[in-house]
Structure formats: C-alpha cells, structure tokens
Design a binder for this molecule. Structure first.
Ligand code: GDP
Ligand code: MG
Length: 440
C-alpha cells in the first residue's frame, strides 16, 4: 500500500548525515510513483512533488533533526496542507433548523451517512434532528432510512414515492418548524452516474431548502472516479464539503489526497464502517500521519519542533527584557514572518496590538520586506548587534550597499528604535502575549 511505498522511499535517506541532490531526486521519484499508484490525481502529484522539492532545498536545518527526518517533516506538512490543514466543522444556522443536504451517487453511502451524522449531532450536540426521505426512486429507500432512523432514535419525514421530492422537502421543512427540530438532514436520490435529471432535481431541492451545508458523499474505494464525481457535483451544486465513506475498506488513499486539491472543498467526515457509530471528523494532520505510517518519527519531530520554537521564544523574551533586541533578531523575525504569510493578518492576531494606532495603517508588501532585509544585510555584524553605532557615514555606506535611498535606511532605523521601545513597554507591562506573537 501507499504507506509501505512511502516508507520505502524514505529508507535510502536513513542514516545519512547529508542528503545530496541525487538522493533527494531519487526519493522524490519514489514518492511520486507511490502517490500515482495510490490513485492520487496526477496534477495533484505534480504540484505536490514540486512543492516538497522546493521546501526540501530551502529548508532551514532544524536543530535536533537529521536530514531524513527533515524531509519526512516536509512531506507530512505538505500532505496535511493538501488535505486542508485543519478540520472543517459544519455550518450552524443562526435560526433553526440548520439544514444539511446529502448528495452523491447511488451506493456511495448517503442514507447510512445521514443516519450516522444524525446520531453524532444527537450525542455530541444534544440536537433534535429530523431526517427527510427525498429518494423516491431507489426501491425500499424510504424503508431503509426509517430503519436507520429507528436505530439512532431520530424521526423520519416521508410522503411515500408518489410525491415530487422537491414537494417532500418543502413539507418536511414545515414539519421541522412545527416540531422545533434544530437540524434537518435531507437524504436525496442518487444515480449510477451523474446525469442531468438528477442534477436538476438536486438544484431544485437546493433552491427550496437553502441548505447550510451540502455534503457530497463519495466512496473512497472508487479512487480516481471519486474525484471526478466530486468535480461534477461541485460544478452543479457548489457543495460545501465531502463525506468520504468506506475508508475501512481496502482503499488506496488517492481520493482522500486529491479531493481537496481538485475541488477546493474540504473532506469533513469519514465513514469507517457499516455501523452507525462509524463516522469520524476528518483531521488532515492525522490522515497525513496515518498515510505516512511514521507515528513515532512524527511525534519525535513535532516535539523537537516545539522545543525549538519554545527556546527561540524564550531567548527573544529575554532579549527584549534586557533591551538587547538587535537587528539580527529583527531579521530572524522578519524571516519567520515572511514564511507565515500576509502581515496584516498576523498583526490582527497579536493580543492588544490589533488596535494599536501605530499599526493601524500597516500595509506591508513583500517587496518592502525584501528591501528591509537588504538594508539589514548591508550592516556589519557590529552594527546589527549594536545599532547605536549607526552614525551618518555608516548609514550612507549601508544605503549604497543595499541600493536603497538613505531616507529608507534612516526610516528603518527609526522604526526599529520605536519598535524596540514599544516592545520594552509591552514586556514590562502586562502583555505576556508578546512571545506568542513572535512565535505563533
Ligand atoms: P446511498 O445509496 O448513497 O444511500 O448508500 P447507502 O447508505 O445505502 O450505502 C450503500 C452501502 O454502503 C450499504 O451497504 C452501507 O452499509 C455501505 N456503507 C456506507 N458507508 C460505509 C462505510 O463507511 N464503510 C463501509 N464498510 N460500508 C459503508
Ligand atoms: Mg440512499
């Protein structure tokens, strides 16, 4: 399986102190083959390999990890990324009921998953769901849903097979209103393949039900075609998420890895068995480590990373307290920030800083950061660690060296001074959040 193949791919890196370009190339080739063999969409594989390769080349060596561990970490992070980073919860409506519409091909697991989800809502949220039987085509579909409802103790609204499904949904929603149900789950019909009639019916149901979530149920065992199904349903209905069923079976994992990348919609739940308890929230990070099958190594890596981050944060806090924060620290922070993404977003997360007038008009573009870095790199190490020595002639030299106007250099030094003062105030005040800010 995929896990074995990936482990094999990493095997030739074990015990190596340094990884050559050709080692890396060979490992990436193995990873690519492993993913393709597991039915991961080829475009997704191509992008994945490219990203991992770039990150592996540019990776900072994390203290305490050997090169093989570094690469495992990068692969794990990218696998997680590919599946959407963190779990996506259901949308909750402001006013009841929250409406969830289940769609998907015949046999994918809609009816079973509706029952599982109703049970989960009932146990976890103490919800009072109602299920609506809107599949009037599949023989005994209504009886199946009623049986599931009985097993989980959730009522089922049905009007037989002679009423139009759109009408059934409308009537069912009225029933939910009358009974104060806080969730409504609509079990719709499927087909063996996507066809226009089905999509039209689903679009009409969507129109009258105005669902908070449209969950596409797909069978993980169907590999690549699960991804095609997802694309088809998403194009027609703009689904909000996916339930991936039958992950307990002998699946190759490709669907789990491709769906998010191809449709940009998250997998929200996974079905792991026929029983009505067998539905789990989908956690991309857990799935990634399950696929990698390197639990021990991954927890070691995570721990090392955490210690490393904590040490850095502690050092920084000390420096700020001693008022010895210098341009070397500043550039470290800039590098970290650049890795993290748009600064405006970050600033908002800093406790107490969001409303700081000095930061109000902050709008840093990545080019400016590069200029700032150029200026700092043109300083001598003495100047970086002791900015007080930066007299006019040194400033002129730095401006020339970094190809930036002298005003720019002066402004940076001034801003740095202000920032240092502010940090000092903060660290002596009541804002212990600063180290978090610097390291989150
Ligand atoms: P629907 O046509 O989409 O409503 O699909 P059903 O809910 O009727 O499910 C079709 C079959 O798949 C049934 O036999 C279910 O028991 C089975 N099934 C659904 N989800 C899972 C799952 O997560 N794991 C396994 N092993 N079987 C499942
Ligand atoms: Mg069904």
């Amino acid at each position: 399986g995929l896990t074995d193949r990936l482990q094999k791919a990493f095997k030739n890196l074990r015990g190596k102190g340094k990884i050559s370009e050709s080692d890396l190339r060979e490992t990436m080739r193995e990873i690519r083959l492993a993913l393709l063999e597991a039915d991961v969409n080829f475009k997704v594989v191509r992008q994945f390999v490219k990203t991992v390769q770039e990150k592996a080349k540019g990776a900072d060596v994390l203290e305490g990890l050997n090169p093989a561990q570094q690469i495992v970490k990068i692969v794990n992070d990218e696998l997680t990324n590919m599946m959407g980073e963190s779990a996506t919860p259901l949308v909750k409506s402001d006013k009841i009921p929250t409406v969830i519409m289940m769609v998907g091909l015949q046999g994918a697991g809609k009816t079973t998953s509706a029952g599982k989800l109703a049970k989960k809502l009932k146990t976890d949220d103490h919800a009072r769901p109602l299920m609506i039987a809107a599949d009037v085509y599949r023989p005994a579909a209504i009886e199946q849903l009623e049986k599931v409802g009985e097993q989980v103790g959730v009522p089922v609204f049905q009007e037989g097979t002679d009423v139009d499904p759109v009408q059934i949904v409308q009537d069912g929603l009225k029933e939910a209103d009358k009974n104060n149900n806080d969730y409504v789950l609509i079990d719709t019909a499927g087909r063996l393949q996507i066809d226009e009639n089905l999509m039209d019916e689903l679009k009409n149901i969507k129109k009258v039900a105005n669902p908070n979530d449209i969950l596409l149920v797909v069978d993980a065992m169907t590999g690549q075609s699960a991804v095609d199904t997802a694309v088809g349903f998403n194009d027609a209905l703009d689904i909000t998420g996916v339930i991936l069923t039958k992950l307990d079976g002998d699946t190759r994992g490709g669907a789990a890895l491709s769906i998010r990348a191809v449709t940009d919609k998250p997998i929200m739940f996974v079905g792991q068995g026929e029983k009505l308890d067998d539905l789990d929230v989908f956690h991309p990070d857990r799935m990634a480590s399950r696929i990698l099958g390197m639990g021990d190594m991954l927890s070691f890596i995570e721990k090392t990373q955490k210690e490393y981050d904590e040490n850095q944060a502690k050092e920084l806090t000390e420096k700020i307290k001693e008022n010895s924060f210098d341009f070397d620290d500043f550039i470290d922070q800039l590098e970290q920030i650049q890795k993290m993404g748009p600064i405006q977003d970050l600033v908002k997360m800093i406790p107490g800083m969001a409303n700081n007038p000095a930061l109000k008009n902050l709008n840093v573009n990545p080019k400016d950061l590069d200029h700032i870095k150029a200026i700092i790199y043109s300083m001598t190490s003495e100047e970086r660690s002791n900015p007080d020595v930066l007299n006019p002639s040194r400033r002129r030299r730095i401006a020339r060296g970094s190809a930036q106007p002298i005003q720019q250099v002066n402004r940076l030094i001034k801003q740095f001074d202000q920032m240092k003062k502010m940090m000092n105030k903060v660290s002596n005040g009541n804002m212990s959040g600063l180290s978090n800010m610097m390291n989150s």
